[in-house]
Each structure stands twice: as structure tokens, then as C-alpha cells.
Design a protein around this ligand. Structure first.
Ligand code: 16G
Length: 229
């Protein structure tokens, strides 16, 4: 039964968002116990092929976005590589004094003016990530006149300021999704989520952004190539 469902999903016969038969129906169809059915479904959930929605049933999962960690890309580039249409919901876009961790990352004094850009990042209208980017107000203040809901930050920095990401330092940890972030990302509070910090440096080696993000772990899959010493 497990390989039957796997094949149906991988061959596209069961489509993303489609509900699979109930445990009872599967048990009867394959003449196996409910325990065996439950175990198989649990395995497929862990493999990311199925998702369980409380009170509604078990559904075929949306295929995840593959992200290569060795490549410095923007959210827009990642979505376009997967033929998804990116957009953003701007939640906050203002100038504030830099708190200590932001100042440290951007190599500026605590309290220096920084632009705070908080966005829900969507693909085909579905929320995938929540990002809070901090950039020094000087020289990026003109950004505040732009509508950031339909444009790429990296593309804008390149066209308007000639600033291009050359290298980034990224840290990731798994956390239980806090309540506010869960609401924006439309996931259950406490569900597993990736908490990511990125400091990005330009062509001259200067840090131009510090970003704290929450990435939906049910929508992303990360790949990195590693080498022996
Ligand atoms: C990615 C970066 C983020 C950057 C954004 C720019 C991670 C964890 N973060 O989401 O640091 O600000 O891309 O995206 O990958 P944009 O150019 O589409 O606005």
C-alpha cells in the first residue's frame, strides 16, 4: 500500500492537494490492518509526500522548493527557477535605530539608522517565508519610495545602487513556529519551521543586509554539496 501511494504521487496520478482515501478504506482495499496503514501513512508524511490536516484528512503535499545552499540566490530567483510567481506582502518598511545584533552584523554603531523591511514572501499566492531585512539607511534611503510588494530586493539594489551580493554568511536552526509568524505563514503555531539568519556582503566585502527569516520547512528542501578535507 505504501509503494502504491508513492507511485501514484510520483507519477502524478494523485495530485498535490488531493485527499487520499481514509485509513479504513485503504485497510479494506489492501486487506491490511489499520496499524499497518497508519504506519505507512506516517512514513509518507515524514518523507514529505503527504500532509495531515487536523479534522480534514490526509492530502498529497505540494512539491517542495529545492534550494541549493551553496548558491547565493534571492527568493525571487529561487521561485522563478521553480516556475512559481513570487510576490510579497509588505508588513513593515521604515527607518529605526539598529539593535545590537543588527549593528554587529552590519558593522555599524548600535542605534545607527537602518531600514527595516518585513515581508511575507509568497509563491503563486501561497505564503512560504517571512523575512525581516535590515539595511543601512545610508545609502539605501531611496528604497523607501519604492513599492517592494512586487519587486526583488537584490534586483533593486543592483539597478539603483550597483550593489550586488557576492557572499553571505547563513545560519539556520529548527524551531517551533511562534504564534505571530504562524499566522502570517498560515501554519499551526508550534509546527517545525526553519529560523534563518543571513548577512550578505557586496562586491567590496561590505555587509549590506542582515536578514532574519522563517522558512516553512514543509515547503523547502535544502541541498548542499560537501567535500572531504
Ligand atoms: C532570500 C534571502 C534574503 C534576501 C532575499 C532577497 C534566504 C534565507 N534569504 O530570501 O536574505 O533578502 O532573498 O529576495 O535565502 P528578493 O531579491 O526576491 O527580494
Amino acid at each position: 500500500m505504501k509503494s502504491y501511494l508513492q507511485d501514484q504521487i510520483l507519477q502524478g496520478l494523485l495530485k498535490p492537494g488531493e485527499r487520499i482515501p481514509t485509513e479504513k478504506e485503504l485497510g479494506e482495499r489492501f486487506k491490511i490492518s489499520r496499524t499497518t496503514v497508519r504506519q505507512a501513512i506516517g512514513d509518507l508524511i515524514n518523507e514529505g509526500l503527504l500532509v495531515r490536516v487536523h479534522g480534514k484528512g490526509t492530502f498529497v503535499a505540494q512539491p517542495r522548493i529545492q534550494q541549493h545552499l551553496g548558491l547565493l540566490t534571492s527568493f525571487t530567483q529561487d521561485m522563478e527557477a521553480h516556475q512559481r510567481t513570487p510576490s510579497s506582502q509588505v508588513l513593515q518598511f521604515e527607518v529605526l535605530p539598529a539593535p545590537p545584533p543588527v549593528a554587529r552584523a552590519l558593522q555599524i554603531k548600535i542605534g545607527t539608522a537602518v531600514i527595516v523591511l518585513k515581508r511575507v514572501r509568497l509563491a503563486d499566492g501561497q505564503p512560504l517565508a517571512l523575512e525581516v531585512a535590515y539595511l543601512p539607511e545610508d545609502p539605501f534611503r531611496p528604497l523607501l519610495d519604492l513599492d517592494m510588494s512586487q519587486r526583488s530586493l537584490y534586483a533593486t539594489l543592483k539597478t539603483h545602487f550597483g550593489v550586488e551580493p557576492q557572499r553571505a554568511l547563513q545560519q539556520m536552526e529548527a524551531v517551533a513556529c511562534p504564534a505571530e509568524e504562524a499566522r502570517f505563514l498560515q501554519v499551526n503555531k508550534g509546527s517545525p519551521i526553519l529560523h534563518i539568519f543571513r548577512t550578505t556582503f557586496d562586491q567590496s566585502g561590505k555587509p549590506f543586509e542582515f536578514v532574519e527569516s522563517y522558512y516553512r520547512s514543509d515547503r523547502f528542501f535544502f541541498t548542499i554539496e560537501i567535500w572531504s578535507r
